[in-house]
Design a protein around this ligand. Structure first.
Ligand code: ATP
Length: 259
């Protein structure tokens, strides 16, 4: 049992089901997902392309409804306000090219109408945290892909949400930058203390980052397995050569039929 699993659940999913209705037809995208996440955990969700990972995140973000099962976010100690308490990071940074990096990071705070001066200060602190303090006044096109994703992570945190949903955030980056971003994310996660749900196709990335890994089957998404990842902290790239890391990744490859 991990320390996280002894804390009350912050997110409780049980038998979550989603059917898309399109052109008079029905399509079952998520058939049965059950998962409990404690506050402050970083949980990876891994599964084959098209299995319904993004659909699940959209349900959690309140962008889509669900057609069956239970979705509960927040608890008595930490109530959750949909819309206010979610930050999102996508595969593309989606920065507005006509706004400076600081103004891009400020965007969610502006949309929510949060006090401007305090949000600006927080945005500057976050740029500091993600190592972009010198680029506050730069424009997105002046930044590399990895730097843009770091700005997107800062933007997801500016309104101090309780939950960050990340959908393949490093999928478009080269392998080396991706590894660097994994380390960065670990550091940012520790520093911010946020609950993070991290969707990826990368099995190694899922194990390296997650305190838990939920493995989904090929669509419609069902839980194939769930692992509590018991690896030493702080995680360094050297962990990837450990026997335990190899065991976890081998089991997940096997579950996804990739032996
Ligand atoms: N709005 C929609 N209407 C109808 N079908 C949809 C819609 N959105 C997604 N789907 C279908 O639902 C299934 C799951 O899609 P989803 O984007 O959730 O998968 P995914 O696991 O995130 O894929 P990938 O890893 O390739 O990003 C796919 O078959 C997709 O075609």
């Amino acid at each position: 049992m991990t320390a996280a699993s002894t804390r009350p659940a912050f997110m409780h999913l049980e038998g979550v089901r989603k059917v898309y209705k399109f052109g008079g037809k029905e399509f079952l995208a998520v058939s049965d997902v059950t998962l409990d996440i404690a506050e402050g955990e970083l949980v990876s969700i891994v599964g084959p392309s098209g299995c319904g990972k993004s659909t699940l995140l959209k349900i959690l973000a309140g962008l889509h409804g669900h057609d069956g099962g239970t979705v509960e976010i927040g608890n008595a100690q930490s109530p959750f306000t949909p819309g206010r308490d979610i930050g999102m990071v996508f595969q593309q940074a989606l920065l507005l090219k006509w706004r400076t990096i600081l103004d891009n990071v400020m965007l969610p705070a502006e949309i929510l109408g949060l006090p401007r001066a305090a949000s600006r200060e927080r945005a500057r602190d976050l740029l500091d945290m993600v190592g972009l303090e010198k680029f506050a006044d730069a424009y997105p096109q002046q930044l590399s892909g990895g730097m843009q994703q770091r700005a997107a992570i800062a933007r997801s945190l500016v309104h101090d949400p309780k939950l960050i949903l990340m959908d393949e955030p490093f999928g478009a980056l080269d392998a080396l930058t991706r590894e660097r971003m994994n380390l960065e994310l670990m550091r940012i996660w520790k520093q911010s203390g946020k609950t993070i749900l991290f969707v990826t196709h990368g099995i190694q990335e899922a194990v390296f980052l997650g305190s838990q890994v939920a493995v989904l089957t090929a669509g419609p998404a069902r839980m194939a397995a769930h692992f509590d990842i018991d690896l030493p902290e702080p995680r360094t790239l050297a962990i990837k050569t450990s026997e335990k890391f190899g065991d976890y990744t081998r089991k997940i490859y096997a579950l996804l039929g990739m032996e």
